[in-house]
Design a protein around this ligand. Structure first.
Ligand code: GLC
Ligand code: CA
Length: 533
């Protein structure tokens, strides 16, 4: 058997630095706080962490507005702390990914400040124009805040282009110096020992008149350059794309030749599976597997040397940008009954509240995450069923402090004032929902997720194996085989609230160890089984 690259079978943990653990008692999560909790992640079975942006930033977009690519935000520590984190993670056999934000900087970045003044070599580092009507076919992404992708700069006397907040001017990738500068940023962190990047907002790097300025050939060409540099200089490291696009467009970020899995991918090793994510919630709400089955068909095959990064939730709103307007309205009704739960074209809620804190449904969704093709990414706190706070502005409500225990501030920090309050309601509050309590309770969600992770890591075919969907008259039954040619696992999911009577071949339940079948099996409401046959 050939050995697979580590990231194809990894279990990722998306860690929101600011809210994970505060080590120096200033109320803000930091790198030393992460180091102090690596044992937890290791015990959980995590193989790689993805850190939210750690760079200096005025934080208009919570760090996605970088003002210095080559340093650490003083709130989070120093470059030395970053090195220490890499060493400490590596010593435990864990990898570390950072966020890379190539599309835009903060307006406070020295490059932008120099560009405003037309100082060389930065004059053309950004997309400047006398005319704010150019590229009029590009959509506005932060719909709730911005009305144009252009903003006026008094000093330079021109407009500059920005796909996100106006404080995030887009870099000009037509300028070869910008391309070089970004490759050097990558080298800087990879030289420190970083294991890869989750690359932010990749579809928007270039602009061309008469297009929607997304997924342009020029953008793909630069991303291939990025990959070629990685292959040549850091072959162990991984690039994961954030491209929230329709299936065909998302697939193109793997590179290679769509539809031809034997042609090696030459762009991203991994793509976050944005097409699948909303369909998981759709299928559950409709008690019908077809949205999932359909999207998986449309999203395959991928190059053999690539992998999906699957996820249920992340630090942003649950995006509904890529579903039809009818589906979006219906999803909003089902999953975001209060207007304050909606943001832009999505839903700003966490996993547990989205699923009415129904333990069965939460486990079912995690079961899908672990048994469908791809490497799962867990959003911090979802492993204990943390809640959200939709009264907080923007996406802050899904970024609240990690609930470690039932002491002051959930054990996150001993500071008097926290920039983002801890969840403290009767249902999701830290007195009830916290790591310490769940760690010692064998029946907790946390221990369940830990078990999923351990089984998933013991059966890499759940990440990389082939998938065969079993046709069945009952739409709520989502049954499929995963196989690597030698071992075969039957995955059963009941997406509905009525128990299902099915018949199974003989096998062993991977989660309970029980012998099963051959014969009839009852799958309770929202039940699931992983059966090695
Ligand atoms: C990505 C990030 C999001 C950020 C945006 C702009 O979508 O996930 O948090 O606001 O890019 O950088
Ligand atoms: Ca701190």
């Amino acid at each position: 058997m050939t050995t697979l690259p580590w990231w194809q079978t990894a279990v990722f943990y998306q860690l929101y630095l600011r809210s994970f653990a505060d080590n120096n008692d200033d109320g803000i999560g930091d790198l030393q706080g992460v180091i102090a909790h690596l044992d937890y992640l290791q015990e959980l079975g995590i193989s790689a962490i993805w850190l939210s942006p750690h760079y200096p930033s005025p934080r208009v977009d919570d760090g996605y507005d970088v003002s210095d690519y080559l340093n650490v935000h003083p709130d989070y520590g120093s470059l030395d702390d970053f090195r220490q984190l890499l060493d400490a993670a590596h010593a435990r056999g864990m990898r570390v990914l950072a966020d890379l934000i190539p599309n835009h900087t903060s307006d406070q970045h020295p490059w932008f400040q120099a560009s405003r003044r037309r100082q060389e070599p930065y004059t053309d580092f950004y997309v400047w124009s006398d005319d704010n009507q150019r590229y009029g076919d590009a959509r506005i992404i932060f719909l709730d805040t911005e009305t144009s992708n252009w903003a006026w700069d008094e000093l330079r006397g021109q407009y500059y282009w920005h796909r996100f907040y106006r404080q995030q001017p887009d870099l000009n990738y037509d300028n070869p110096l910008v391309q070089e500068a970004m490759l050097d940023v990558m080298r800087f962190w990879l030289d420190l020992g970083l294991d890869g990047f989750r690359v932010d907002a990749v579809p928007y790097l270039f602009e061309r008149e008469g297009t929607n300025c997304e997924n342009l050939p020029e953008t793909h060409a630069f991303l291939k350059r990025m990959r070629a540099m990685m292959e040549a200089e850091y072959p162990h490291a991984v690039l994961m794309s954030e491209a929230n696009q329709p299936p065909m467009e998302t697939l193109r970020y793997f590179g290679g030749k769509p539809g031809h899995p034997d042609v090696p991918g030459d762009e991203f090793h991994m793509c976050l599976h944005f097409p699948l994510m909303p369909r998981l919630f759709m299928a559950l709400a409709r008690a019908d597997r077809s949205p999932i089955v359909e999207i998986l068909q449309r999203c395959s095959p991928i190059p053999k040397n690539a992998q999906w990064a699957t996820f249920l939730r992340n630090h942003d709103e649950l995006t509904l940008e890529m579903v039809t307007p009818e589906e979006r309205d219906w999803m909003w009704q089902v999953y975001a009954p209060e207007p304050r739960m909606r943001l832009n074209l999505g839903i700003r809620r966490r996993l547990a509240p989205l699923l009415d804190n129904d333990r069965q449904k939460i486990e079912l969704m995690f079961s899908l995450l672990f048994t469908l093709p791809g490497a799962p990414v867990i959003y911090y706190g979802d492993e204990i069923g943390m809640g959200d706070n939709s009264w907080l502005p923007d996406r802050n409500g899904v970024r609240t402090p990690m609930q470690w225990d039932d002491t002051l501030n959930a054990g996150f920090s001993v500071a008097r004032d926290l920039p983002t309050p801890v969840i403290d309601d009767p249902v999701y509050g830290y007195h009830r929902v916290n790591v310490r309590a769940q760690w010692s309770d064998p029946n907790s969600l946390l221990q369940r997720i830990r078990q999923f992770i351990h089984v998933a890591r013991a059966y890499p075919l759940l990440a990389t194996g082939d998938m065969e969907v079993i046709q069945h008259d009952e739409p709520a039954l989502f049954a499929f085989y995963r196989t690597d040619g030698t071992t075969k696992v039957l995955c059963l999911h009941n997406l509905g609230e009525s128990a299902l009577q099915i018949s199974t071949p003989a096998g062993a339940d991977l989660l309970t160890g029980e012998r099963i079948g051959p014969g009839p099996l009852q799958l309770p409401a929202f039940g699931f089984r992983w059966i090695k046959v």
